[in-house]
Design a protein. Structure first.
Length: 300
């Protein structure tokens, strides 16, 4: 595996339950304890785990690295994947063997017998953390790391290029307008947006990750880029779209396609896009994405 430069790489940390389907093993862990779980993993260490929700996303990220290096063999601005596990090293052999079985270019594995493994994210320079544990995600966000909760689901592996869909408010942008909406209703939110139209929206929890993605995407022409990014937001294009577009322009963040849904369900458009991952702060939108087989990650 090509070693990446940690000072330039876009480092993504995924937990074992995000990248592989470990639901049966996790149930065993909860019901019978750590020792029984470890014995099970050791006994099955040569049996590959089935892919999890984030698996196709990691495969697509690997494809982007390949295309970047084809374009420039000396390029150092690459994705780097770190697998993080709260389990002991004794049960880690199956995880490593599974990654090798699928040809995943991952060399960094951290098996931490600690209740809060997120304390190691900053020291590794992690820009995005994906976990199947809500407490992990909340801890990471509190530590200033972009993070999202992955729900286990059956996922059809989409074709390349890498396609990433972001919700707007409380994901790519701050939740300032959402707060006004909660306090003053729709009319109050519309008045706020009109008054603030010339002022960029604040940064959301996934802005830094999106900006790094955009930086990598700019290395290619739009038609040949191995990365495509999308904004699918509940905002009304007529009343709230201009400020969002101006904010993206101010940030210098290229977005390939933007959909202002005005509160309509996002599932049908996501089914058409077929992203490798969809980030949203609304659980109803996550559920709608899951219903059409789209890998989803909730930003609490």
């Amino acid at each position: 595996v090509l070693q990446k430069d940690p000072s330039t790489a876009l480092i993504i940390a995924v937990t074992t339950r995000a990248i592989f389907n470990l639901e049966e093993e996790h149930k065993l862990y909860l019901e019978k304890g750590k020792e029984e779980y470890t014995r099970h993993q050791q006994a099955n260490q040569d049996k590959p785990l089935p892919p999890g929700t984030a698996f196709a996303f990691i495969q697509a990220v690997q494809y982007v690295n390949k295309k970047i290096l084809e374009n420039n063999p000396a390029e150092r601005d690459l994705f780097d994947i770190l697998v993080l596990s709260n389990n002991s090293p004794e049960s880690g052999a199956r995880i490593i063997n599974s990654a090798k079985h699928y040809g995943l270019e991952i060399s960094k594995f951290c098996f931490v017998s600690d209740e809060d493994s997120t304390q190691y994210l900053k020291s590794h320079g992690v820009k995005l953390f994906l976990s199947a544990d809500r407490t992990d995600v909340c801890n990471a966000l509190r530590r200033g790391v972009s993070a999202a909760l992955v729900f286990q689901q059956e996922v059809q592996a989409p074709s390349t290029p890498l396609r990433v869909v972001f919700d707007g408010d409380a994901v790519l942008f701050s939740d300032e307008t959402d707060q006004i909406f909660q306090e003053q209703g729709l009319e109050g939110a519309l008045q706020y947006e009109r008054a603030m139209e010339a002022i960029p929206i604040g940064e959301g929890p996934l802005k830094a990750f999106a900006m790094h993605l955009g930086k990598m995407r700019k290395k290619f022409g739009q038609e040949k880029s191995p990365i495509r990014t999308y904004l699918v937001t509940a905002r009304s294009g007529r009343d709230m779209g201009i400020r969002a577009i101006k904010t993206l322009r101010e940030w210098g963040l290229p977005i390939d396609e933007a959909f202002f849904m005005d509160g309509a369900p996002k599932g049908p458009i996501l089914a058409q896009i077929q992203p490798h991952i969809f980030f949203d702060d609304g659980l109803h939108n996550i559920q709608g994405a899951q219903e059409v087989g789209v890998p989803s990650a909730w930003v609490p």
